[in-house]
Design a protein around this ligand. Structure first.
Ligand code: UD1
Ligand code: UDP
Length: 375
């Protein structure tokens, strides 16, 4: 019988993979752990891109993605699929990350199997159960089930303590996305990945706004407003290029292609692998996004961020001055983006803040904590 501790890391979507692959690599480096990866396949192409970047392959792949899947469909398929994996592997610990359906079902099935649960990126809260939807509730529910809470910041730690979580089980580690970013940043700045050449031709040496957006609570009017605002600002700034790698969700693809297609300076491209995307963030003048991970990465690249959401579970960047909440109203997005494009001094102020989300050593800290905690 092996005395190595078996850790099952459960991953389903692009951001979970970016934030957990460096941790899986850290587990693999330590002889005391047997590291297994289960992909739910909640995302397909966008997940494969990240596994390939970090050279990680899943030991189990539930391959559950269906086009335009509903929340209940993913929940049901992940729950039954994971049940089999836990029954077969009987891990000593399972690791879930963040607030996705994969994280929620991973924790739920871990609980059903009485497997200890480690939650990476624990304690983020907006206090509004419908925003982000369904992520705020997923994260709270995972928090109720988890045994080890890896909070990225002291603010997140405090949120858990306020909810009565045992302080002995909460650890401030920094966010693992900074580990992933720093691992990637220096390499891509020195050697731009091949697939950036096309984009470089499009933008040349001009100023560039990088855009991403995919949040469920913005589908419909919110998305139409965001797109109309981007088109208006693009029309008013003939000297600025706009690059938008469009999320594969059909609820995103449809309005983005309908409203932003066929504009000479708005470049709609496919989702990028992590390395070219980091290159693109580093090249941007301003980032306009509703993404959680990008809010965390931007300060390390010195990029001002406008967050197209009404609230954020990541207030640290806003408090530090790197990010500004602009919601999804056309007027506000137009005015804030215009101000930033026309005011380099303001951009500099927003760019020059220390990253409040970590120092790039989160994976090492998490593995050290686990090392002392699993019996
Ligand atoms: C999910 C997460 C969200 C996370 C986001 C990251 C939930 C409830 N939502 O949202 O928290 O911020 O991922 O991107 O867990 N699709 C593809 N190929 C892909 C990925 C997605 O075609 O590689 C399309 C499919 O039609 C799929 C749809 O996008 O049905 C939605 O995917 P889903 O994971 O359900 O939701 P996201 O909006 O991506
Ligand atoms: N990202 C990427 N390629 C892209 C767009 C984003 O690799 O075309 C990365 C980005 O750097 C960040 C993560 O994906 O680390 C964010 O994922 P997403 O916005 O899908 O999810 P969220 O962070 O909002 O949960």
């Amino acid at each position: 019988m092996s005395s190595r501790k078996k850790i099952l890391t459960i991953i389903g979507t692009r951001p979970e993979a970016i934030k957990l692959c460096p941790l899986v690599l850290e587990f693999q480096r330590r002889a005391e752990f047997e590291s297994l990866v289960c992909s739910t396949g909640q995302h397909r192409e966008m997940l494969a891109q990240v596994f390939s970047t970090f050279d990680i392959s899943a030991d189990h792949d539930l391959d559950l993605m269906a086009p335009n899947q509903t929340l209940a469909m993913v929940t049901a398929r992940a729950t039954t699929g994971l049940d089999q994996v836990f029954a077969t592997e009987q891990p000593d610990l399972c690791i879930v990350q963040g607030d996705t359906t994969t994280a929620f079902t991973g924790a739920l099935v871990g609980h059903y199997h009485k497997t200890p649960i480690g939650h990476v990126e624990a304690g983020l809260r907006t206090g509004n159960k419908f925003s982000p939807f369904p992520e705020e509730m997923n994260r709270r529910l995972v928090g109720r089930m988890a045994d080890l809470h890896f909070a990225p910041t002291e603010h997140a730690q405090q949120s858990l303590l306020n909810e009565g979580v045992d302080p002995q089980t909460v650890f401030v580690t920094g966010n693992t996305v900074i580990d992933a970013l720093l691992w990637t940043r220096d390499r891509v700045i020195k050697n731009p990945p091949n697939d950036t050449a096309e984009i470089q031709k499009l933008i040349d040496d001009r100023e560039m706004v990088l855009i991403t957006g995919h949040r469920r609570e913005s589908f419909g009017t919110g998305f139409e407003n965001m797109c109309q605002a981007i088109r208006t600002v693009a029309d008013q700034h003939p000297d600025v290029e706009f690059v938008y790698p469009v999320h594969l969700n059909p609820n995103v693809q449809q309005p983005v292609n309908a409203i932003l297609g066929n504009h000479p300076r708005i470049h709609l491209i496919a989702p990028l692998s992590y390395e070219p995307f980091v290159w693109l963030m580093n090249r941007a003048t301003v980032v306009l996004t509703d993404s959680g991970g990008i809010q965390e990465e931007a300060p390390s690249l010195g990029k001002p961020v406008l967050v197209m959401r009404e609230n954020t579970e990541r207030p640290e960047g806003v408090e530090a001055g790197n990010a500004k909440l602009v919601g999804t109203s056309q007027e506000k997005i137009i005015s804030e983006l215009t101000t930033l494009l026309q005011d380099p001094a303001l951009r500099d102020i927003m760019a020059n803040v220390a990253n409040p989300y970590g120092d790039g050593n989160a994976c090492q800290k998490i593995a050290d904590i686990i090392s002392g905690k699993i019996k």
